[in-house]
Design a protein. Structure first.
Length: 75
């Protein structure tokens, strides 16, 4: 996949995963250890966070579009 074609959800998931990996490392959980399922858990959590970010993003954009429409109808 060309990095310029990355989906916004993948970008958001990558950002979320970076923060989660740092937090896990700081807590002494080493992602990829054979005795834990941390890789899978962090990947799932990162995408859950990314989809939540996209949902909120859509709500905010919809609100802005409605506000702009209201302003243009007034003028």
């Amino acid at each position: 996949m060309n990095p310029s074609h990355i989906a916004l959800v993948d970008y958001f998931a990558g950002l979320a995963m970076q923060a989660m990996l740092k937090s896990a490392y700081d807590d002494g959980v080493y992602v990829g250890d054979q005795d834990n399922d941390s890789q899978s858990e962090i990947a799932h959590s990162a995408y859950a966070q990314a989809f939540a970010m996209l949902e909120i993003r859509e709500q905010i954009l919809s609100k802005l579009i409605l506000e702009q429409a209201d302003e243009s109808s007034i003028n």
